[in-house]
Ligand binder design. Structure first.
Ligand code: PLP
Length: 429
């Protein structure tokens, strides 16, 4: 059974201090997992995980990962600013953006980030708007067609907007070598939320073989191969979790079979995981507000898709545990005797955290935990219906809690209006 990282009594306590809904994060889980990742790739002296900041841009959480040795994978101006805020600069930033605005490139250069070029045309664009490319740069590869592993089609890179064709990649490498880049990297992201332990090793083999050819044909020194993100997590109770140690071993085998015989045994392995680093270590805590029985049974909670859009956007499964309430029984292991659609309050019928979900009997005031919201949860939030974004709370290793982002207030919602142009705004407060 999938269990939350807090007990019912702990959660009741926390919810007395911070009004629901809020995202709750587990520092101990984040640190233990980051250490397991580092350990799994410890055979590679240059290994670095660049945490994909878009998955969870809370500076406190990014800072915890930085303490565990992670860099930042940024893709926008404000994500770069978060890295800078934390004192993360230079080669500890991978700037993996696409359709990149000039000011983003300018800040990336100012911070000395490694720029991972998404397109060959971005190289002259970068030089025009930001100045010379630094001594280290990277290119993103898109092999086109379908990406298959032994167990079937994983994704269709041919339909994806990212990366360069193989021909462009060789040309881009020649351009960068001619500009004096001493160290070049190679990056690709071919499948998202993968299960099993085969994705990284298969991707690594493709990129390693390509790296050998790039080195031979362009004379470039390939300093790193960046496997990007895509390692999945067990959202469903019966999903098998990825084994990061087995994944690291699979990459090592490909390394020894492809790179070492080519004399390229100094290549560093980089990753840019987001979901795997943070997903399981966050949950959305929400309160049961209304039970509505019409043609189906609806359980209305005080969170909505503005706090977690994945179910509404992708039909994504997020497990839900009914915890209960202060003074009441611990329902977290109760049998599922009812079937509900669990809904938020947006005027939008896809605002459902779950459809036809078997759950224990819920009463008004019960706390619910929506699992695995640590990545692409808060960060994909928005303000539809004028709904305000929730707080974020960190459960520290010592069991204490800390508010690491307050909830929005109506003033935040109205803050971007130009008050000099509207008298009536005075009435808002
Ligand atoms: C989204 C993204 C990641 C992280 O992906 P996960 O699936 O969360 O691991 C890494 N790199 C880039 C460039 C991305 O766009």
């Amino acid at each position: 059974m999938k269990q939350p990282f807090v007990t019912k009594d702990q959660l009741v306590d926390i919810a007395e201090r911070y009004p629901t809904p809020f995202h709750l994060y587990d520092e101990a889980g984040i640190r233990a997992n980051a250490r397991a990742v580092r350990e799994a790739f410890s055979w590679n002296p240059g290994f670095r995980e660049y945490f994909a900041v878009k998955a969870n841009p809370n500076p406190t959480l990014v800072g915890i990962l930085a303490e565990e040795g992670c860099g930042c994978d940024c893709s926008s101006l404000t994500e770069l600013m978060i890295a800078r805020l934390l004192g993360i600069t230079g080669e500890k930033i991978m700037f993996s953006s696409n359709d990149t605005p000039a000011e983003d490139f300018r800040l990336a250069r100012e911070l000395g980030a490694i720029v991972n070029f998404d397109d060959i045309s971005h190289i002259p664009f970068f030089e025009e708007v930001a100045g010379p490319v630094g001594p280290v740069a990277s290119c993103r590869f898109n092999p086109g067609g379908l990406f298959r592993l032994a167990n079937g089609i994983m994704d269709s890179p041919g339909d994806s907007k990212y990366g360069m064709t193989e021909e462009q990649l060789f040309e881009a490498y020649r351009m960068l070598v001619a500009r004096g880049c001493a160290t070049l990297g190679l990056h690709a992201f071919l499948a998202s939320n993968t299960h099993g332990n085969e994705y990284y090793p298969a991707l690594a083999r493709i990129l390693f073989e390509l790296a050998v050819r790039l080195h031979e044909e362009t004379g470039a020194h390939v300093g790193f191969v960046n496997l990007s993100g895509g390692v999945g997590i067990p959202y469903r109770p019966d999903d098998e979790p990825c084994d990061i140690r087995a994944i690291g071993e699979g990459v090592r085998r490909a390394y020894e079979e492809v790179l070492v015989p080519a004399g390229m045994d100094d290549v560093a392995i980089y990753t840019e995981m987001g979901r795997f680093m943070m997903g399981p270590y966050g949950c959305l805590v929400t309160l049961a507000l209304h039970e509505k029985r019409i043609y189906k049974d609806y359980l209305g909670v005080d969170a909505s898709a503005v706090d977690l859009i994945r179910p509404a956007m992708y039909g994504a499964y997020h497990h839900i545990t009914v915890m209960g309430q202060a003074g009441g029984p611990d329902k977290s292991s109760w049998p599922a005797s009812r079937t509900y659609d669990v809904t938020g309050n947006l005027c939008e019928n896809n605002d459902k955290f779950a459809v036809d979900r078997a759950l224990p009997e819920v009463e008004r005031g019960d706390l619910l935990v929506i699992h695995d919201t640590g990545a692409h949860g808060y960060s994909m939030g928005y303000n539809y219906n004028g709904r305000l974004r929730s707080a974020e709370v960190l459960l520290r290793e010592d069991g204490s809690t800390e508010l690491i982002r307050r909830a929005e207030t109506p003033s935040d919602y109205f803050a971007t209006l130009d008050v000099t142009k509207g008298q009536s705004l005075r009435n808002i407060k």
